[in-house]
Design a protein around this ligand. Sequence first.
Ligand SMILES: [Zn+2]
Ligand SMILES: [Zn+2]
Length: 368
Amino acid sequence: MRAAVLYEAHTPMRIEDVSLDGPHDDEVLVQVKATGACHSDYHVIDGSWNGASYPMPMILGHEAAGVVEKVGANVTSVKPGDPVILSFAPNCGRCRMCTIGQPQLCSGMRSPAGTFPDGTRRHRKGDLELNAFGRGMSSFAEYSVVHQSAAIKINPEMPMNGAALIGCAVMTGVGAVLNTARVELGSTVAVFATGGVGLSVVQGAVLANASKIIAIDLLDNKLDYARGFGATHAVNSKNQDPLQAIRDITDGEGVDYAFDAIGDSRVSRACYDAVRRGGTAVIVGMAPTGSEISIPGTIAGEEKIVKGCFYGSSRPAVDFPRLVDFYLRGVLQLDRMITRTYPLAEINAAFDALGRGDNARGVLTPTN
Ligand SMILES: [Zn+2]
Ligand SMILES: [Zn+2]
């Protein structure tokens, strides 16, 4: 199959013919129909995520939807021909975290960086073994092999491009609001950075019936996107102090909830400062390797809450079909999030556009 291989950070990916072994007994082989260009891939490309956790060469891609091609002997949840959204967080279904309803934090799927859940590598270019991103999805390719817990069957009416976005940005952003923060009706919300995840936080806040939704970004085109998805206020932090703006909009108090959708320690701190006493700062963006966030020691008197959010605290088997239903009912906007689609061969152009902030989301269509 054809796949985009990253040999080294700061270099373009190369489209190569590679072999893919699988599916094994607990796995599913999926033809990739759509896969989004996400900041998490970009963090590896630009070297901000680095070291032993990201061995090269690697096939990136972790936000995808496709059609099941073949299933392993133990797989009963899907069959060939089923449309699926892929999850980048496979789960064992048996560990304590899975059992108490937090499968995104599963502790039963620990395998070395670059390998599949069973500890093997499956992609080869000639004699060269290639590493997988996460625990094996590597969707910047015509086919992907995933653990059966990571292939979630969806309604066949769901278009593939929108379905792909549910696999990362939309699940993460909407889930941060509905699952992680559990934003109550009428709350005030601020979201820092309005890329794919931030726009999904805005949409989550709309679904939660927040009263004020304040979007903060450095780029006016992204703030326009945010308004289009339901932000009630837009603040360009290049021209305006966002904390002062948030106080002005909330009668001097600060918001009930603030979301860091980029994963930058200064932005995380700004979220802490932006929430009212007793408010909640949710760190959704994944920060660079080794970074730390400083929080004032006066947190006790402020009763502020700081929460991490991984993958929108998602239970993929429940939440993916729910988001598909929201889309099909017309209350979740996905088509408008996709500014452009690209063939796999133009993957580097898609990431150049992401680096410049051109697109709400760019989506690759490896087999269309
Ligand atoms: Zn992502
Ligand atoms: Zn588990």
